[in-house]
Ligand binder design. Structure first.
Ligand SMILES: [Zn+2]
Length: 99
């Protein structure tokens, strides 16, 4: 499966060639963290400088956060309990009458 990339500058998704190079533009390589917009390239350079992480790592974290790669960290769904049903069992560390 191809990797869909997420620009950390403008949040656009993009699909560069797998080689990350363009035959028509030999001097251009696709970045794993930003799209072709120069503003996004500048924002990414700044993010790399501030975080100390590589472009590859930043791109990976962005893809993961957006759910494009690995397990997305979804917020816990606050499901409403059906009327009349019991509350969820207390975690094992919860209080009991025996202690
Ligand atoms: Zn962008």
């Amino acid at each position: 499966m191809r990797t869909v990339y997420l620009c950390i500058g403008c949040a656009a998704t993009y699909l560069p060639p797998e080689s990350m190079t363009y035959p028509s533009h030999p001097d251009v390589t696709a970045s794993p963290a930003h799209c072709g917009n120069p503003t996004c390239a500048a924002a990414t350079r700044e993010a790399v400088a501030m975080s100390g992480l590589t472009e590859e790592k930043l791109g990976e974290l962005a893809r993961r956060a957006a759910g494009l790669e690995g397990d997305a960290r979804l917020p816990r769904v606050n499901r409403r309990r059906a009327r009349g049903s019991r509350a969820a069992a207390a975690p094992s560390g919860g209080r009991s009458k025996l202690r």
